[in-house]
Design a protein around this ligand. Structure first.
Ligand code: PLP
Length: 422
């Protein structure tokens, strides 16, 4: 016997739109498309990290609760690895919290700082989870676009996407509490320059804002660009929490290990929330990430990882060059924004109804997945509604994939040729 139960969902989740992943991941599977959509690696983490995880599972102390701040071994390894990068000695007992991925860390910062109606300044495009992390904690996202300042009909560097600092300042109100920075950036691949960070930092100081610096791709930056950390600029350590991800660092996105680094006084409210949300992060994989950091240098891991990604980036860029589709060349992270304006999707192509309310890029990416057999993600998902038109000519391709997968994608993408306007 079936009963129909109607229990009304909370306002907090009622307004969520169907997210882009739940449309494109099943579609890619259904069409057996090569999936360059979601940013997960389809190759395994390094052997020494896997081995460390296997050994940790055999130790009882690694199968029980850990300290809410994170296992001491991981906090010590993070302090040792990040101290020189932050140009200071990091205290593993007060300045580092291990979180369930970067995402839960960001959620916990918002939970620790936002009151009903507090505003958070986001630069768009943004990592889509920020929005729900803010609104579920009573906050209000306020948007400022990063715009392409170069000629998007040609290849351009990700550094040519710029935020207008006066426009950013105009978004600040007495309710503003936090500004979120993401560098290296998803999906642009931009690494903010020192001058840009100084300007953003000066605004945060002027208006007394907390800076969340989402640096989950900090180990993926391509020559000659170096990753700069806002927390190392004069006077900004005191107001910055930097967010990191074991998933991005070691190719273990499913392990859900991340961290927050910042001064004790800033970290405490986030730790308070984190302790109530997850209490602690899974123990064996924290141990494995700790060993990953301890052994990374001996394996020359970070350098060889960057070279491998650089090779993948160039491989995919060469495909779009051959097709004559202009790209934003990433300086970091593992995404390429491709200008799809020249691709002529047949006018009589029939799209499912759920795409009617979405911007043009949803249709282009749907057709690409279904008819060409390569899945990419529509970047308007990473914009507020009023600014979506800024991104509707682009598609985001992730290159954190095996060379074989990239080659298979390249072969299929050649099928685009007859649809490309000369
Ligand atoms: C900019 C950015 N921040 C945070 C995250 C979340 O990282 P994690 O998987 O460690 O939660 C992602 C994941 O794609 C991301 O792109």
């Amino acid at each position: 016997m079936s009963t129909s139960v109607n229990i009304v969902r909370s306002e907090r989740v009622a307004h969520f739109e169907q997210d882009v992943w739940s449309i494109f991941t099943p579609l890619a599977l259904e069409c057996q498309a090569v999936n360059l959509g979601q940013g997960f690696m389809n190759f395994p983490p390094p052997d020494f990290v896997i081995e460390a995880g296997r050994e940790a599972l055999l130790r009882n102390d690694c199968n029980q609760y850990s300290h809410p701040m994170g296992r001491p071994r991981l906090r010590n390894a993070l302090a040792k690895s990040y101290g020189p990068l932050f140009e200071r000695t990091l205290d593993p007992n007060t300045e580092i919290v291990v979180t369930a991925g970067a995402n839960e860390g960001i959620f916990s910062i918002f939970a620790g700082y936002l009151d009903q109606g507090s505003e958070v300044i986001l630069m768009e495009p943004f990592f889509d989870q920020y929005i729900s992390n803010i609104t579920m904690n009573g906050g209000v996202p306020v948007y400022c676009p990063i715009r392409p300042k170069g000629d998007t009909s040609k290849d351009m560097s990700a550094s040519e996407w710029k935020v207008d600092i006066q426009e950013l300042e105009s978004k600040i109100t007495p309710r503003s509490k936090i500004i979120v920075l993401n560098t290296p950036h998803n999906p642009i691949g931009k690494i903010f320059s020192r001058e840009e960070l100084e300007e953003i930092g000066a605004l945060a100081t002027k208006y007394n804002l907390l800076i969340i610096s989402d640096e989950v791709y900090d180990r993926l930056h391509f020559d000659p660009k170096k990753h700069e950390r806002i927390a190392t600029l004069k006077g900004l350590w005191e107001r910055t929490i930097t967010v990191g991800s074991g998933g991005k660092t070691f190719g273990t996105t499913g392990w859900r290990v991340g961290w927050l680094i910042g001064p004790k006084a800033l970290i405490e409210p986030a730790l308070a929330a984190h302790t109530r949300v997850v209490f602690c992060v899974n123990s064996p994989l924290q141990e494995a990430i700790a060993i990953g950091f301890e052994q990374a240098e001996g394996h020359g891991f970070f350098g060889s990882q960057v070279s491998a990604y650089e090779h993948k980036r160039d491989k995919l860029l060469s495909v779009f060059k051959e097709l004559g589709l202009p790209c934003t060349i990433p300086e970091g992270s593992y995404f390429i924004l491709v200008n799809m304006e020249k691709v002529q999707v047949p006018q009589d192509y029939v799209f499912p109804e759920l795409l009617n309310s979405r911007a043009k890029d949803f249709k282009t990416c749907y057709w690409l997945t279904k008819e060409i057999g390569v899945c990419a993600i529509p970047p308007t998902e990473f914009y507020s509604k009023p600014n979506r038109e800024l991104a509707e000519k682009f598609a985001r391709f992730a290159f954190c994939k095996t060379n074989e997968t990239l080659e298979a994608a390249a072969e299929r993408l050649m099928k685009l040729k007859p649809y490309i306007k000369k």
